[in-house]
Design a protein around this ligand. Structure first.
Ligand SMILES: *Cc1c(COP(=O)(O)O)cnc(C)c1O
Length: 372
C-alpha cells in the first residue's frame, strides 16, 4: 500500500493514521449539507456502522462532529442519569478521561483504577456491583491506547449485564477491527470515531446506542452541541445533522467503510493488524526493544516499547531519524515513563512494517555510533 505523496511519512500512529489514496480522493468534492445526496451518504454510513456492530433495530447510530472524545463525552453526559452512580474501570489515560468527563459534568463517579499493564479483577467488579445498588452503570475502554492493552470486553459485559447494570464502552481504537457484537454484549452505548480502525480521516465520531435509552434521555445533556438525543431526533426526523457536518470527512468515511467491507470486514482487518503487530514485536525484539505489555493483553492496535536505558538512546533523535526515512511513530503515554509507541493500524501491511524495521535498525546503528 502506498501513500499519496512520497514526502509524507507513513503514520505508525493510532489515528490520525495512514489512509488509502482513494479515501483521500473521496474528499475532492463539495457537498451541500442539506442536499438529498448528502442525506443518503449519512444514512448509508449509519447503516453500515450498525451492521459492523451487529446491532439490531433496538440500536441507533448517532454521528457527531468532532474528535472521539466529543462522542465519549456526549455518550456519558446524555445517557447516564444524574441520580445513578457510574463505575469506571480504568487502566490508562482514556479510562481516566471518562472519570474526568463524569467529574466535570457533576455525575457521581467511582473510579476503579488498576495499573496500566493490568486488567481488572472481575470478581472485584462483581463484588462492587453487588455491594452498591446505587451503581447504575459501568464504563470501560475497549483497547487502552495509552499502553495498547485490550480489556476483556466480553467477560466485562457478562459481569455488568449479569448484574443488571448498563454498560458504556469507549471502543475508539478498536472498533472496525476488534470484534464488537451488540447482540452479544448488550451494551447501552459504544463510542468510536472515523480516524482509527475504519481508516477514515479525523473529524467525525459516533455513538451506537440503545433507542430506548436515547428516548429516555431527552433534555438531560447539559451541553447543547453534545446532546446525542437531540442529534438523533433531528436525524431521524429529516436525515440532517443539527449543525454543519464535516461533509468531506463523512465522504471519506463512507469510502473507508466501503474499503473495510471489500477487505473482508473487521475479521480480515484484525488479521492484517495482528500480522503487523506480530512482525513488529518480533523485529523490534531483534533490535533490543521490549514491549511493555504481556502478550496475553497486547492488542493488535498499538505497541508500547520500553526505551533502552543506555545513554545512546534519545527518543527525539529516533523520531527525527525515522521521520527522515519516511515513518512517524508516537510518543509514549504510560505513567511509568520511558516508553514510546508504534501503531499497527491504518493502510499499512507487512511490507511497510518490514521497511520500518529496516529503518529502525539504521537509526539504532546511527545512534549507537554517535554515542561512541
Ligand atoms: C483516540 C481515542 C479517543 C479519542 O481521542 P480524540 O483525540 O478525542 O480523538 C478516546 N479513547 C480512546 C481509547 C482512544 O484511542
Amino acid at each position: 500500500m502506498t501513500v499519496a505523496m512520497s514526502a509524507d511519512p507513513l503514520l505508525l500512529t493510532p489515528g490520525p493514521l495512514t489512509t488509502t489514496e482513494t479515501v483521500k480522493r473521496a474528499m475532492l468534492r463539495d457537498w451541500g449539507s442539506r442536499d438529498p445526496d448528502f442525506e443518503r451518504l449519512t444514512a448509508s454510513v449509519l447503516q453500515e456502522l450498525l451492521l459492523i456492530a451487529n446491532a439490531g433495530t433496538d440500536y441507533a447510530v448517532v454521528p457527531l462532529q468532532g474528535s472521539g472524545t466529543y462522542a465519549v463525552e456526549a455518550m456519558i453526559t446524555t445517557l447516564v442519569p444524574r441520580e445513578g452512580r457510574i463505575l469506571v474501570l480504568s487502566n490508562g489515560a482514556y479510562g481516566q478521561r471518562i472519570i474526568t468527563i463524569c467529574e466535570r459534568s457533576g455525575l457521581k463517579v467511582i473510579g476503579y483504577p488498576v495499573p496500566e499493564t493490568e486488567v481488572h479483577d472481575l470478581a472485584e467488579v462483581r463484588r462492587k456491583l453487588a455491594d452498591d445498588p446505587s451503581i447504575h452503570s459501568v464504563a470501560v475502554v475497549h483497547c487502552e491506547t495509552t499502553s495498547g492493552l485490550e480489556n476483556p470486553l466480553d467477560a466485562i459485559a457478562d459481569v455488568v449485564i449479569g448484574a443488571g447494570r448498563k454498560l458504556f464502552v469507549d471502543s475508539m481504537s478498536g472498533f472496525g477491527a476488534l470484534p464488537v457484537d451488540a447482540a452479544r454484549l448488550r451494551f447501552t452505548a459504544l463510542a468510536a470515531s472515523s480516524n482509527k480502525c475504519i481508516q477514515g480521516v479525523p473529524g467525525m465520531a459516533f455513538v451506537i446506542a440503545r433507542r430506548d435509552d436515547l428516548a429516555q434521555s431527552r433534555g438531560r445533556c447539559p451541553s447543547l452541541v453534545l446532546d446525542l438525543e437531540a442529534q438523533h431526533r433531528q436525524i431521524e426526523a429529516d436525515g440532517q445533522w443539527r449543525y454543519t457536518p464535516p461533509t468531506h470527512v463523512i465522504a471519506a468515511f463512507h469510502q473507508a467503510l466501503q474499503e473495510l467491507r471489500e477487505e473482508g470486514g473487521p475479521p480480515a482487518r484484525l488479521r492484517r493488524y495482528t500480522g503487523n503487530r506480530d512482525l513488529l514485536i518480533e523485529g523490534m525484539a531483534r533490535l533490543g526493544f521490549s514491549p511493555m505489555l504481556d502478550k496475553a493483553v497486547q492488542a493488535p492496535i498499538i505497541v508500547s516499547f520500553a526505551e533502552p536505558s543506555e545513554p545512546w538512546f534519545s527518543f527525539q533523535r529516533f523520531y527525527d531519524e525515522l521521520k527522515r526515512r519516511g515513518f512517524a511513530i508516537y510518543a509514549g503515554k504510560m505513567k511509568v515513563g520511558g516508553t514510546f509507541r508504534v501503531g499497527t493500524i491504518g493502510a499499512i501491511d507487512r511490507g511497510d512494517i518490514e521497511r520500518f524495521l529496516t529503518a529502525a535498525e539504521q537509526c539504532v546503528s546511527l545512534m549507537r555510533h554517535l554515542a561512541k
